[in-house]
Design a binder for this molecule. Structure first.
Ligand code: HEM
Length: 382
C-alpha cells in the first residue's frame, strides 16, 4: 500500500475527520509562536544523545536549517490541507530519513517529544477540564498518529524494495550462471576454429582481417561471460596488503581511452589497502573505463584517495555530463546502462567486489557537472 493508502485507511480507523481538521486550524494561531521553541527542544534532545547526534551529522543539512524545516513541518501539521499532496510531502521527508540511515525506532521517541511539547501548549491555550481541551488533544493525537504511520510506511517501502532487489538478484544469478556456462563451450569451439583457419587462409588480407574481427568479438563475448560469472559466484579472495598506487596504475594501463581524455592520478602515495589484487584491479578498470567513456572526445578523469577512520576512500571523478536521475537510483544493479554498447555489468561488479572486501561504493554529485564515484576499502598498515 502506498503512504496515501495507509493514511486514508488509518484516518478512517482513528476517526480523523473534518471536525479534527477545523480544530487543528483553529489551534494554529495560538500555537504557531511556540513552534521555534518546540523545534529548538527537538534538536537539543537529538544533539544530547550521541547516537542520534551522529545521524544528524551524517545528513547534509545544518541543524539551523533543520530547525526551520521542523517549524515548517508543524505549520503544515496544523494547517493542512491533509490531502494526497500533503501525504506525499510527508512521505518524502520520511524517505530522507531512510536515506540517511536513521533507525526506525528513533521515530517513536521523536514523535513522542513532539506530542508531549505540543500537547502541553494546547493545555496552556485551553482550560484543561473543558470539552474544547479534550477534543483539541484528541485531534492533535490523531494527527500525530497519522504522521507516525506515514513515517513508518516509508521504512516499509524501503524494506520491500530491498527484498525485491534481493529476489531479482537471486533469479538473475541462477539464469546467468546457467547461460554463462553454456556459452563457454560454443565460444571455445569458435576460438579453436579461428585458430585453425588462421593457418589456412594464407596471405589473403581480406580473409585475415575478417578472422581477426571474429577473434576480437569472441574475446568480447568471453569477457562478458567472465564478468557475469564473477558477478554471481563467490570467487575465492586472496586479501593482502596492497599499495593502492600500484593497483590503480595497473588498472589505468588497461583502460582504453581517446587521445583527448586525460587520466590524472593523485595523492595515492603511501596508502595501502587490504584486498585481492586481481579483483580490485578489475573494480578500478571498470570505474575508470566508465569515467573515460563519460568524458566523450575530450575531458579528464581524476582519481584521488584519502584515509578516513582507518578506511581508504578513493574518488573517481569525470568531466562528463553527469548522471540522469532515473539512472542514479538503480546505478549498481546489473543490466542498467546508459551506453549504447555496454551490457550494464561494470558497476554491479564493482559493488560486488567492494562488498566482498567489506567496503562500499557510492555515487555523489560533484559541484562540477560530471559524475563522482567513491569506493571505500579497508586500509592496511603501511
Ligand atoms: C517525528 C520525527 C521527525 C520529524 C517530524 C522530522 C522532520 C524532518 C524534516 C521536515 C526534515 C527536512 C526534510 C527535507 O529536507 O525535505 C528532516 C530532515 C532530517 N532529519 Fe528529521 N525529523 C524527525 C526525526 C528525526 C530524528 C530523530 C533525527 C535524528 C536523530 C532526524 C534527522 C534528520 C536529518 C539528519 C535530516 C536531514 C537529512 C539531509 O538533509 O541529508 N530527524 N527531518
Amino acid at each position: 500500500m502506498n503512504p496515501f493508502g495507509v493514511f486514508h485507511e488509518l484516518q478512517d480507523y482513528v476517526g480523523f475527520g473534518p471536525a479534527d481538521q477545523a480544530i487543528l486550524r483553529a489551534l494554529h494561531p495560538g500555537l504557531a509562536p511556540d513552534f521555534p521553541e518546540v523545534s529548538e527542544l527537538f534538536y537539543a534532545r537529538i544533539l544530547e544523545y550521541p547516537p542520534a547526534r551522529a545521524v544528524l551529522e551524517r545528513g547534509e543539512s545544518s541543524v539551523g536549517h533543520l530547525r526551520h524545516s521542523l517549524v515548517a513541518w508543524m505549520e503544515g501539521l496544523f494547517q493542512g490541507p491533509w490531502d494526497e499532496n500533503y501525504v506525499e510531502r510527508r512521505a518524502r521527508i520520511g524517505r530522507v530519513h531512510v536515506r540517511i540511515g536513521l533507525p526506525q525506532h528513533y521515530m517513536f521517541g521523536a514523535m513522542n517529544l513532539l506530542r508531549r511539547e505540543l500537547s502541553a501548549r494546547v493545555s496552556r491555550l485551553l482550560a484543561p477540564e473543558s470539552p474544547e481541551h479534550f477534543v483539541a488533544q484528541n485531534a492533535l493525537s490523531r494527527m500525530l498518529d497519522l504522521e507516525l504511520a506515514i513515517m513508518l510506511q516509508t521504512y516499509r517501502e524501503d524494506l520491500e524494495a530491498q527484498k525485491a532487489r534481493t529476489e531479482r538478484m537471486a533469479t538473475f544469478g541462477q539464469v546467468v550462471a546457467s547461460i554463462g556456462h553454456d556459452l563457454r563451450n560454443p565460444l571455445g569451439v569458435a576460438e579453436s576454429s579461428v585458430f585453425l583457419l588462421e593457418k589456412r587462409v594464407g596471405t589473403d588480407p581480406g580473409a585475415k582481417k575478417h578472422l581477426q574481427r571474429i577473434a576480437e568479438q569472441i574475446a568480447v563475448a568471453n569477457g562478458i561471460v567472465t564478468s557475469l560469472l564473477d558477478l554471481v559466484r563467490d570467487r575465492p579472495m586472496d586479501p593482502l596488503p596492497l599499495a593502492l598506487s600500484e593497483v590503480v596504475a595497473r588498472a589505468v594501463d588497461l583502460v582504453q581511452r581517446r587521445e583527448g581524455v586525460k587520466v590524472d592520478v593523485r595523492s595515492l602515495a603511501g596508502l595501502r589497502v587490504l584486498g585481492d589484487a586481481a579483483q580490485l584491479r578489475q573494480a578500478f578498470v571498470n570505474l575508470v573505463q566508465n569515467a573515460v567513456e563519460a568524458c566523450g572526445e575530450t575531458g579528464s578523469v581524476t582519481v584521488e584517495a584519502r584515509m578516513v577512520d582507518g578506511k581508504v576512500e578513493i574518488s573517481v571523478e569525470d568531466t562528463g555530463h553527469g548522471l540522469d536521475a532515473s539512472v542514479k537510483a538503480r546505478l549498481f544493479e546489473p543490466l542498467i546502462t546508459t551506453k549504447s554498447k555496454g551490457v550494464g555489468l561494470g558497476l554491479a561488479l564493482v559493488k560486488r567486489i567492494a562488498e566482498r572486501h567489506g567496503g562500499t561504493i557510492g555515487h555523489v554529485t560533484p559541484p562540477t557537472q560530471g559524475a563522482r564515484f567513491i569506493l571505500t576499502l579497508p586500509g592496511a598498515p603501511s
